[in-house]
Design a protein around this ligand. Sequence first.
Ligand code: NAD
Ligand code: UDP
Ligand code: UDP
Length: 326
Amino acid sequence: MRKEFDLSKKDFFGGRVLVTGGAGFIGSHLCERLLERGNDVLCVDNFFTGRRGNIGHLLQHPRFELMRHDVTFPLYVEVDQIYNLACPASPVHYQFDPVQTTKTSVVGAINMLGLAKRLKIPVLQASTSEVYGDPSVHPQPESYWGNVNPIGPRSCYDEGKRCAETLFFDYRRQHNLDIKVIRIFNTYGPRMHPSDGRVVSNFIVQALRGEDITLYGNGEQTRSFCYVDDLVEGIIGMMETPSDVTGPINLGNPGEFTMRELAEIVKELTGSQSRLVHRPLPQDDPKQRRPDITQAQETLGWEPTVALRQGLTKTIAYFDELLKAA
Ligand code: NAD
Ligand code: UDP
Ligand code: UDP
């Protein structure tokens, strides 16, 4: 039996929660936080980029259940809420099998929306700042429609996520589904995959190993980095909003840094002697990115609390352990 719950109550008990992509970087932190809050958690993952190690410490938890499943196939389970995070997120991983990436976003969204429709439950989509592409408006508010190349190497991810957003809003209009769409900006923290090619994990691993730190292009492109604990609070905060709050809503840290600045900070915090070297800039790499989080502040009362140096220190400690154990 599904539990009744009051979405207008800030501290409602969400019952049994499905997290797709729950064995991934963000998903594993979300599962952990939901268990702490008292939810039952069903983690669904096909382990494409997720790892059992990310959730190994949860496997014995009496309210945690793990299911190996690919969201491009239908899923018939009984739950009270869905967080749809399943999708490879780093350029290296999502470009490995681009057709599967689009299928995961689009067919995965259809299946999760179909499940939510049958159960009449809220469903949250982990969308991305990539829907803004290489933005010509800065910082990016939710009202900006984006500047996305539909046929480039990043398109499988960007357009897949854009189509998933379309599906969420069409299920809302057509079936009055309780949807929530968040646009996540670059997030970092423990349990990032050490070889997924993302800038924070790359720089930290390179610095700890004393290898060259690889700046793509001139290193003047900017990103805004949100610590994973902050993000998870925002994700849950969004799920708890009343059903008239659909988003899309930006979740990220508005602090903006060039990749050169990031490399210097990582060098300083690790005490590394690594050199900065230049590598070609990947095609369609956005030149700048920073979230306008006014909506999240006003609607969710949410904003990040962890400063970059603080979050990097925790992330460095994680990778230090990981590399020593390897
Ligand atoms: P991740 O790669 O660590 O996690 C994704 C998880 O989804 C993995 O566990 C993977 O095995 C699983 N998965 C992939 N395809 C699947 C499929 N077909 N069926 C079932 N499971 C599947 O990435 P992450 O950084 O934790 O990202 C989680 C979500 O957040 C993704 O949807 C991503 O697009 C979104 N997001 C992340 C960031 C970021 O900076 N990390 C930024 C914007 C959006
Ligand atoms: N679906 C699912 N679990 C459910 C209900 C539906 O995985 O509990 C999938 C099923 O594959 C379906 C898709 O969600 O094709 C979309 O469902 P919807 O009811 O919107 O459309 P349908 O294709 O059934 O007409
Ligand atoms: N980047 C870099 N060196 C690296 C990895 C990435 O300079 O070793 C740059 C990359 O070109 C981009 C930024 O860092 O401008 C963020 O890249 P990431 O892949 O982490 O995320 P995304 O491009 O999706 O924001």
